[in-house]
Design a protein around this ligand. Structure first.
Ligand code: SAH
Length: 250
């Protein structure tokens, strides 16, 4: 069975959108994944197929009704056991770890908000995970859904040409990736770091590791402290493990 993306949205025309091209597009053509949309408007109420209403408690904007979303969930033919995800700035940040979990399963069911968002009760009723793609506000969940799907699809078996490029990249070790260089070796007076031309693979690996650590420390203090903590834990475990071997060896 291929990986099934199902997207509940007021704008089904936005899918697969950019994911119909390049890597994800070729994978779509090959049937490695499939993208279905469920048009929220089809489940709207009355002559105007209204999907939203004013917020209880007052305030600006409109909120998408729970009954309308519920009907869309019921109509969507998503496999029963796939994670249900609502894209929202109020969600937990999307991480590569989550992306790996989604990609390893049968697919995802994504709910795209508009206006002020979706009535909270329908999210609870359907056990929906709330996921944010970053600390900024988009006009709708569709572009966030495309981001999540892009990140998942490239990890599906057979999608990326070089399997290794998925293993050795930013976040895979908890660090941001080292900088890249290609030909020409000198460009507009800027030379490539000498070591990359040395052919000394161990020295190159050490340089890249150093660069990854430096960039992570400068740009992402949050990732840096987590990485340091993990390293310390691993070292403690290694020492503890060695001590234990000695003990049993005696
Ligand atoms: N009033 C909301 C923002 C609504 S933006 C708030 O302050 O939290 C409208 C829709 O865009 C949301 O329902 C959500 O589906 C989507 N959206 C906006 N920013 C997003 C983000 N950073 N990540 C994921 N989805 C987002």
């Amino acid at each position: 069975m291929n990986w099934q993306a199902t997207v509940i949205t007021l704008f089904p025309e936005m899918f697969p959108g950019p994911l119909g091209l390049s890597l994800a597009g070729r994978a779509l053509e090959k049937g490695l994944w499939a993208c279905r949309t469920e048009d929220l408007r089809q489940h709207g109420l009355g002559r105007h197929r209204a999907v939203d209403d004013t917020p209880f408690g007052g305030g600006a904007g409109m909120v998408i009704r729970p009954d309308v979303v519920d009907a869309a969930f019921a109509a969507s033919q998503a496999p029963a056991d796939v994670p249900r995800v609502y894209l929202t700035p109020r969600g937990r940040p999307l991480t590569q770890q989550n992306v790996r979990r989604y990609a390893a399963g049968a697919g995802v069911l994504l709910l795209c908000g508009r206006f002020e968002g979706v009535d909270e009760r329908v999210l609870q009723a359907h056990d929906v995970e709330q996921v944010s793609i970053g600390d900024y506000i988009l006009s709708g969940g569709e572009t966030a859904a495309l981001v999540l799907l892009d990140a998942c699809v490239r990890l599906l078996p057979g999608v990326m040409g070089c399997e290794e490029s998925g293993v050795e990249e930013s976040f895979s070790e908890g660090l941001l990736e080292y900088p890249h260089y290609t030909r020409p070796a000198e460009w507009e007076g800027r030379a490539v770091p000498e070591i990359l031309l040395s052919g000394n693979h161990a020295a190159i690996a050490a340089w890249r590791q150093k660069q990854a650590e430096k960039i992570t420390r400068e740009r992402r203090p949050d990732l840096w402290s987590a990485w340091l903590a993990r390293k310390e834990r691993n070292m403690a475990e290694a020492v503890g493990g060695a001590a234990q071997t000695d003990h049993f060896g005696v």
